[in-house]
Structure formats: structure tokens, C-alpha cells
Design a protein around this ligand. Structure first.
Ligand SMILES: [Fe+2]
Length: 302
């Protein structure tokens, strides 16, 4: 049997200070759609097949609650559970069928930084997936801050089956599918959420989504630009709690022939985080928020 591995990023659970306000933001401004609700949880989907890509939970402190990965089969889920048990990871319970919206077969665990995750197979997929020219169709990637980037990378690769795509002076980018990266770790003083990226169909869709956000009163915190590693186009905004969200498009598709670049390579190749030299630096508020210190933008969400 091939090594069990994670094969996709499904969704992210956020803690937010007011679920109703955040739900209005993610629906009316960011472009997701409500798909289910349960006590303490509002579920939103993109236009792609995944049952949901964001879950909002009410909590006095905003941040990332849980990151949810996919595996291809129940056997792969079981195999990953065995590997994580052998590694000594903190695991909630044995794999089982979830009773929450979207269902699926999986389990929960924490990484060495204390971040919570689930891995699941058999989550309900929508039959009406489509691309819409200003709406996200899937969760693209999550970037986590850490003061142990090398050991986090090792954990993800050795235990979860990720591969390293690139390393720069600021971040290590790792993949679990053809997408250049589904997770990256940013060098920081400790664990926190740096940002979450949502993929839209095209450059035009990214600009239309960004235009909608501006029209609702949200300032662009960084962008428009094109990243070095991943070659993806970006614009960054702050959600109502000051968590960083990114529209991205044209994410580079890679396979096992991809040549991993190091910090020196990228410094020579691009020399900055934007290939175009257009985006400049993130605003000071955005830099703080990316550092794990959420900066609420103070915009009334309609
Ligand atoms: Fe990103």
C-alpha cells in the first residue's frame, strides 16, 4: 500500500467575536454562501464542490480554531491516524463518521505547535460546482506563523505526506496536491495565523472581488501583486475581526519534477514578495495582522 497522506485542504474553522457579523462579511463582501448552521457554527461554501470551506464559531478571541485536510479514502484516514499515533501527536479519538454538516470520516489532532486539525474522507461534495467571475471556488492555502518552521515542515512532510515546494528567507511553502502550496510557515516569534487564501477563477475575478471589497469600504492591505513562490496573483484584506484574507488566482501547478528553490535562489530570482514590483509592502496594520495580532478594520458590514 502507498503511504497514507493528506491530499487536499478542505476548510478552516475560525473563532470570531460575532458570528452574525462575520457571516454577513463572508457572504456579502467576500463572496461565499451559507450552506448549514448548527449550534455555535455557521458553515459557508465556495462555488466549488467542497461542502464548506469556512466555519464560524463564536468566541471572545478571534483566530484560527481548526484547519481541515482531506485524504482520499477511509483507509488513508486510518493510516494517517496510525502514523500520528506512532509520532505521539495529540489525537482526539479514533477515526469515526462525523455528525456535523458535511459529514465525512475522520479524526482530530494537534501539531507540535498546538494547532488543531482534522483529516477526513467522504465529506459531502456539491453537484453544482461552477466558476463564478468574482467568487472564490475553493480554499487555496493557509499560512501559519511559527518559531519552529523547520520542525513544523518536517512534521508535515514526514507524518502527513506533504512535500516542500520552496523555501525563502520569510517562509517555507509545502504542498499536498498539484497546487504549489496548500500550507506555508512564516518565521515568527510563535504560533499564530498569518493569513488564509481563497482562490478565484481568474485575474479578472480577483480584480472584481477586490473591487467589491473596496466598494464595501474595505481597503486593500497589500496588492495587487504576483508572488514569487507559487507565482500566484494576490490582494489582501482584513476581515471584521482583523484576520487576514487573501484573494488569489493562477496558483502554479507542480508535480514531482518541480525543483525546490532555497532562500538564495529566490533572492536572486525575484528579490521581493511581488514579481511585478507593484504591490510594495503590506500596510502597517496588515503587517501586524499577518504577525498574528488581528487588526479589526472597523468597517460596518452590510
Ligand atoms: Fe498567501
Amino acid at each position: 500500500m502507498t503511504e497514507p497522506k493528506v491530499t487536499g485542504l478542505r476548510s478552516i474553522d475560525y473563532n470570531v467575536t460575532d458570528v452574525a457579523t462575520s457571516a454577513r462579511f463572508y457572504e456579502n463582501c467576500w463572496g461565499l454562501a451559507p450552506v448549514a448552521q448548527e449550534a455555535g457554527g455557521q458553515y459557508l461554501r465556495a462555488t466549488g464542490a467542497e461542502h464548506h470551506i469556512v466555519v464560524l464559531h463564536e468566541n471572545p478571541t478571534a483566530g484560527v480554531k481548526c484547519i481541515n485536510f482531506g485524504a482520499d479514502s477511509r483507509a488513508a484516514v486510518d493510516g494517517l491516524h496510525t502514523k500520528l499515533s506512532g509520532f505521539g501527536a495529540a489525537i482526539g479519538s479514533a477515526p469515526a463518521f462525523f455528525s456535523k454538516p458535511g459529514g465525512g470520516y475522520g479524526f482530530a489532532f494537534s501539531d507540535p505547535d498546538g494547532q488543531s486539525y482534522t483529516i477526513s474522507s467522504d465529506v459531502i461534495q456539491h453537484g453544482d460546482a461552477k466558476m463564478v467571475e468574482d467568487r472564490p471556488f475553493k480554499l487555496s492555502h493557509v499560512v501559519l506563523n511559527s518559531d519552529k518552521v523547520a520542525s513544523q515542515e518536517e512534521f508535515y512532510c514526514d507524518v502527513l505526506g506533504f512535500k516542500v515546494s520552496d523555501r525563502t528567507a520569510r517562509m517555507n511553502f509545502i504542498r499536498c496536491s498539484a497546487d504549489h502550496h496548500s500550507v506555508a510557515f512564516a518565521h515568527a516569534n510563535g504560533p499564530s495565523l498569518n493569513h488564509t487564501a481563497f482562490e478565484v477563477p481568474t485575474f479578472d475575478a480577483l480584480m472584481r472581488g477586490s473591487g467589491r471589497m473596496k466598494g464595501k469600504g474595505f481597503e486593500v492591505g497589500w496588492g495587487v501583486g504576483r508572488h514569487g513562490p507559487g507565482n500566484n496573483i494576490f490582494t489582501y484584506f482584513l476581515d471584521p475581526n482583523g484576520l487576514v484574507v487573501e484573494y488569489t488566482a493562477e496558483v502554479e501547478q507542480v508535480d514531482d519534477t518541480y525543483a525546490t528553490g532555497g532562500p538564495e535562489d529566490w533572492a536572486k530570482r525575484v528579490g521581493g514578495p511581488d514579481r511585478w514590483g507593484f504591490a510594495g509592502l503590506p500596510t502597517p496594520l496588515m503587517q501586524k495582522a499577518m504577525g498574528g495580532d488581528p487588526q479589526p478594520p472597523g468597517v460596518n458590514v452590510e
